[in-house]
Design a protein around this ligand. Structure first.
Ligand code: ASP
Ligand code: MG
Length: 407
C-alpha cells in the first residue's frame, strides 16, 4: 500500500514537531506501507521570506520571488530526511526538479501539468521514505515556480493521483473540516465526510483548511483526501465524491473577511456599461466575486461588486480613472465588509434554505448588503464587525452544532 502524506508548516515548525512527524511516518513504515511525504516550509518561514524580499525591493519580480520562496520547502524536506535517518530509517528528499514536477510558466501561481513518477518509484522500491517539497514546480524555461500560497496541499493530491496512491492524508493543525470556524463558533462540529463540490465552495469562501486548487485536482482525478490533525490522534474528515444517499442539506458556514466592495453609482442605464466596467478589471487580472446591479431609475443604475481586499485599491483606481468614460456619478470603495457563505449539496432540492438563512440574519440584526447564490451555496455580504454574529446565527439556525451540547 502506498500512502501520500502532507504536513503543513505548523506541523513541522520546531525540531520537536519535526521529530513527532517523523515518528508518525515511521509508524506507517513499520506497518509495511510505502510512504511519500510532502512538506510545507516550517512555521512562518514563507511569510518571513516574503518580508525579506519586499525589504530589498517593493516590487520583486515573480521569478525571483519563486526562487526565494521555494527554499523554505527545501529546508523542510532535507531536515526531515536527516531526522528519519538519525532514527535509523532510509529516507531521501527530492525537490520539484528532481521529481520532476512540471508546471505551466506562471510564476507565483503556477499550475501543475505533468509529474514524472520513475524516480519516485525507484526510490520507493529501494526502500526509501520519499520526502517531496510542496508548493514548487519547474516550468518550461527550467525555472522554479510556486503554486500559490497554501499550494503544498495541491502538490500532495497531484502526487497521489500520479502515483495512484491508496491514500492521501493531509495533516494540519485542526482535526478536520468543521461546520464553521471553531474560533467563532464554539460548538462547531467536525464533519465525517464532505463532497468535493461542497469542499470547493468552503475552500474558496474562507475555510482555509484546504487549498481550493487541491480540491479541484482531487475531484478531477477522484482522489479521496483525509484531513487529519498532526497533533491529535482522532478520525478526521474524508473529502470525496458526494454520496447521494448521505447528502446533507447544509454542511457548513464559512466567513471571508478578505473582501472589499466597490460601488459605481449613477451610470447611464444603457447596454454595454457592465461590459465596459468589468472589462477594465479583467484586463488587469482582477477577479470579481459578487456583483449586484440595481434596477434602472431615471435612466441611471448602480453596479456594486466585491474583490479581494488586496485588489481593492487597484480596482478602485482603475474604475475611478474611467469614471467619466463610464459616465458614473460616483465611485466608492469600502473594506468594512465580509462575506458569509452557507454551503450544502442538498440546497438544490430544498427551496427554503435561503429564507431560513435570511431569517437567522434578521434575528441577529445583521443587515445584508449583497446576496449571491449558486446551486450549492448562498453568500451574503455583511458589515465586517457583524461577521462573527452572522456565522453563529446561521450555524445555529441550521442546527449544525455538536449533538453532545444538549440542544
Ligand atoms: N509554504 C507555502 C505557504 O506558506 C506553501 C504551503 O504552506 O502550502 O504558502
Ligand atoms: Mg495550508
Amino acid at each position: 500500500m502506498l500512502i501520500v502524506k502532507k504536513y503543513g508548516g505548523s506541523s513541522v515548525a520546531t525540531p520537536e514537531r519535526v521529530r513527532n512527524v517523523a515518528s508518525q511516518i515511521i509508524e506507517d513504515v513499520e506497518k509495511g506501507y510505502q510512504i511519500v511525504v510532502v512538506l510545507s516550509a516550517q512555521g512562518k518561514t514563507t511569510d518571513e521570506l516574503v518580508a525579506r524580499a519586499y525589504e530589498m525591493n517593493p516590487k520583486p519580480s515573480r521569478r525571483e520571488l519563486d526562487m526565494l520562496l521555494s527554499t523554505g520547502e527545501q529546508q523542510s524536506v532535507a531536515l526531515m530526511a536527516m531526522t528519519l535517518q538519525a532514527m535509523g530509517y532510509q529516507a531521501v528528499s527530492l525537490n520539484a526538479f528532481q521529481v520532476p514536477m512540471h508546471t505551466n510558466k506562471t510564476y507565483g501561481s503556477a499550475r501543475l501539468e505533468a509529474i514524472g513518477t520513475d524516480r519516485l518509484q525507484a526510490e520507493l522500491d529501494c526502500g526509501n521514505i520519499v520526502l517531496v517539497t510542496g508548493f514548487q514546480g519547474v516550468n518550461r524555461y527550467e525555472d522554479i515556480t510556486t503554486l500559490g500560497r497554501g499550494g503544498s496541499d495541491t502538490t500532495a493530491v497531484a502526487l497521489a493521483a500520479a502515483l495512484q496512491a491508496d491514500r492521501c492524508q493531509i495533516y494540519t493543525d485542526v482535526e478536520g473540516v468543521y461546520t464553521a470556524d471553531p474560533r467563532y463558533v464554539k460548538d462547531a462540529r467536525k464533519l465525517e465526510e464532505i463532497g468535493y463540490d461542497e469542499m470547493l465552495e468552503l475552500a474558496s469562501t474562507g475555510a482555509k483548511v484546504l487549498h481550493n486548487r487541491c480540491v479541484e485536482m482531487a475531484k478531477k482525478y477522484n482522489v479521496q483526501i483525509e484531513v487529519l490533525s498532526s497533533m491529535v490522534k482522532a478520525p478526521g474528515t474524508l473529502v470525496k465524491e458526494d454520496s447521494l444517499v448521505e447528502r446533507m442539506m447544509v454542511s457548513g458556514v464559512a466567513a471571508d473577511k478578505n473582501v472589499a466592495r466597490i460601488s459605481v453609482i449613477g451610470i447611464p442605464d444603457l447596454p454595454g456599461k457592465a461590459f465596459a466596467l468589468f472589462n477594465l478589471l479583467s484586463q488587469q487580472g482582477i477577479n470579481v466575486d459578487i456583483i449586484l446591479q440595481s434596477i434602472g431609475r431615471e435612466d441611471r443604475k448602480d453596479i456594486s461588486f466585491t474583490v479581494a481586499e488586496e485588489n481593492a485599491e487597484e480596482a478602485y483606481e482603475i474604475v475611478k480613472k474611467h469614471q467619466q468614460a463610464l459616465g458614473a456619478e460616483e465611485v466608492t470603495c469600502t473594506k468594512d465588509v465580509a462575506k458569509v457563505s452557507l454551503v450544502g449539496a442538498g440546497m438544490i432540492s430544498n427551496p427554503g434554505v435561503a429564507t431560513q438563512m435570511f431569517e437567522a440574519l434578521y434575528s441577529a440584526q445583521v443587515n445584508i448588503r449583497m446576496i449571491s447564490t449558486s446551486e450549492i451555496k448562498i453568500s451574503v455580504l455583511v458589515d465586517k464587525d457583524q461577521v462573527e454574529d452572522a456565522v453563529r446565527a446561521v450555524h445555529h439556525q441550521f442546527r449544525l452544532y455538536k449533538k453532545e451540547s444538549g440542544r
